[in-house]
Structures are given as structure tokens and as C-alpha cells.
Design a protein around this ligand. Structure first.
Ligand SMILES: [Zn+2]
Length: 263
């Protein structure tokens, strides 16, 4: 999942400076047919990386984005389409900022005080390809947040959608995401299971050793050192033209190179 950062500093919510201790993640969907991130997310003059963000997001010429005062809503992130049509996530508030996304529920309390929130940009809710990509990116973002804050996505009340929050008495009565997910056979139970799959997959990857087949597959920051080892005949690979070098070895060679041992 590509994750950009464009904090909505001009939104009144951001100006409050209030923080929370995150106890969960609340998933929203926008309820409007516009999958483009730039509908909601735009940098202002002072936003770091403004030109790069505009290039990736595209320009919103309607002045209706959320990086402005006078709105009573703000979330921590969005999932939707970049200007090139690919699906990505954008962080729009510090994760531990107190967002304005849930309203107040029947219990008198609000998930604003406990949950990190993001909106998935809806399209016309009929495209399975967009749904699949947005659903997966949303699961990856949720998994990342659960990992970062030590949250169990299967524990009661941790990963919920806006409508779940309403039923639990901690959010206003909005239907999202049940206006969309069930159209493609997905429930919030399915979503939580997907989050777990992402988290399990990532911890497995950490245990697996990474190999690069050819010199061109080796990441740029290792290439000089690995190239020198090949040139000097110290690294011959498997003999059939393939290098098959592990990342560990690449790192070792890079250290040796810094010590001048490969020159
Ligand atoms: Zn909502």
C-alpha cells in the first residue's frame, strides 16, 4: 500500500491540538460518488512536499477539499485514487490527534475519543476492481495502525465501521460501510480477518530471508558494493549467470565496501 502524508492543517479539527490514546480504528466510507483523493485531500502552501503531493493527488479546482476552515469533520486518513488512477492511502491527521468523524452516540460517548479514523472514497459502488483495491488498501492501513499501537483487530470494538459505532452507542447513525461492503459479499468480520491476514503475512516476511536473483534485482543502495564483489571474482553466484545473493550478504558487502575492502 502506498501511503502519502498530507496533514489537513487548515481544518479546524487539526487546529484544536487535542490528542487521544488510540484504542481502535473506525472505518468510514464517504457516501458520495467520487473515488478521487483530491476531492478531499489537498496540500496548502506550507504543506511539506506540496508539489510532489499535487503531482500525485492531482489538483482540486473546486475548493471543496477538507484542508480549510469551516468544516465540522476531519479524519486521520483517506483511501482512494491518485491522479494516475492507482489506489493509495493518505494520512491527513497525526494518528493520535482527536478526529471529528463519529459524532456522539446514544451512550453519550464518542469514538472520536478512542478511535483512529479513515474514509474510503466511494465510487458508484458497482465496480468490483475498485472495491477490491480499496478494501485491500484499507485492510493494509488498518493492519499498520494496529501494529503501531499494539491493537488486536479481533478484540471487541477495536476495528469497527461507523455503523458498528452507532450500534455500540459511540457514533451517530450513519450506514457506512454497510452501504457498500455487502454489495461485494464482505462484512466487517471479513474485513477484520483480512487485517489479521495482512498482519500475519508481514510478520512471516520478516522471518524470511530475501534473495536477489540478478545484480539488477539488488536494491540501488547495495549495488555498488555487490558489483565490486562480482567484478573482483569474489561473488560468482550459482554458475548459470544468476547471482542469487541474499540481502544479508549485500549488507555485509556494503559494510566491507565502506571500509575500503573491495577496492
Ligand atoms: Zn462515517
Amino acid at each position: 500500500m502506498k501511503l502519502l502524508k498530507c496533514i489537513l492543517t487548515e481544518n479546524d479539527c487539526c487546529q484544536t491540538g487535542r490528542t487521544i490514546r488510540p484504542k481502535g480504528v473506525m472505518v468510514h466510507s464517504t457516501g458520495a460518488n467520487n473515488p478521487l483523493l483530491r476531492r478531499y485531500v489537498q496540500p496548502v502552501a506550507a504543506t511539506p512536499g506540496r508539489e510532489e503531493l499535487l503531482a500525485q493527488l492531482g489538483r482540486n479546482t473546486n475548493a471543496n477539499h477538507w484542508n480549510r476552515p469551516g468544516l465540522n469533520v476531519c479524519v486521520h486518513g483517506f483511501v482512494g485514487r491518485l491522479a494516475d488512477g492507482t489506489v493509495a492511502a493518505v494520512q491527513t491527521l497525526p494518528w493520535n490527534h482527536r478526529g471529528w468523524h463519529a459524532g456522539t452516540g446514544a451512550s453519550g460517548s464518542s469514538a472520536n475519543d478512542t478511535h483512529i479514523s479513515f474514509e474510503i472514497c466511494e465510487d458508484d459502488l458497482t465496480d468490483p476492481a475498485y472495491f477490491g483495491q480499496a478494501y485491500r488498501a484499507a485492510a493494509e492501513l488498518t493492519a499498520m495502525l494496529c501494529q503501531q499501537y499494539g491493537l488486536d483487530p479481533l478484540a471487541d470494538g477495536v476495528v469497527i465501521c461507523h455503523q458498528d459505532g452507532y450500534r455500540r452507542g459511540v457514533a451517530s447513525n450513519h450506514g457506512d460501510v454497510y452501504n457498500w461492503f455487502p454489495k461485494f459479499g464482505r462484512s466487517m468480520d471479513d474485513f477484520r480477518a483480512e487485517v489479521v491476514r495482512v498482519m500475519d503475512g508481514e510478520s512471516q516476511e520478516e522471518d524470511e530471508m530475501i534473495f536477489y536473483k540478478n545484480l539488477s534485482d539488488v536494491p540501488e543502495y547495495y549495488q555498488a558494493a555487490v558489483g565490486k564483489a562480482v567484478d573482483r571474482g569474489a561473488l560468482n553466484g550459482t554458475g548459470d549467470g544468476e547471482l542469487n545473493v541474499s540481502e544479508d550478504l549485500c549488507r555485509t558487502l556494503t559494510v566491507l565496501d565502506r571500509l575500503g575492502k573491495l577496492d
